[in-house]
Design a protein around this ligand. Sequence first.
Ligand code: FES
Length: 69
Amino acid sequence: MDEINENPIQKVTIKISENGPLVVNGNVILIDKSGIETIREGKMALCRCGGSEKKPFCDGTHKRNGFIG
Ligand code: FES
C-alpha cells in the first residue's frame, strides 16, 4: 500500500451506473479474495449484477441479464 500512500492528494471516485457496474476512477489497491493486492490506475468497472464471467470486473453481462439497480 505504500505506493498509493506516496500521493495521498489524488482522489478516487466511485460512480454507481444505473442498471450497471460501479465505475471506479483513480489509483487504488484492489485486494482479491485471497488477499493478493494489485495496484489499479485509472478507470475500472466492477460488476454489481453478479453475472460477470470476469468478476470482480464488469463484462457487460448486466445488459443481457435484466439487472436493475
Ligand atoms: S455489472 Fe456489468 S456484468 Fe455485472
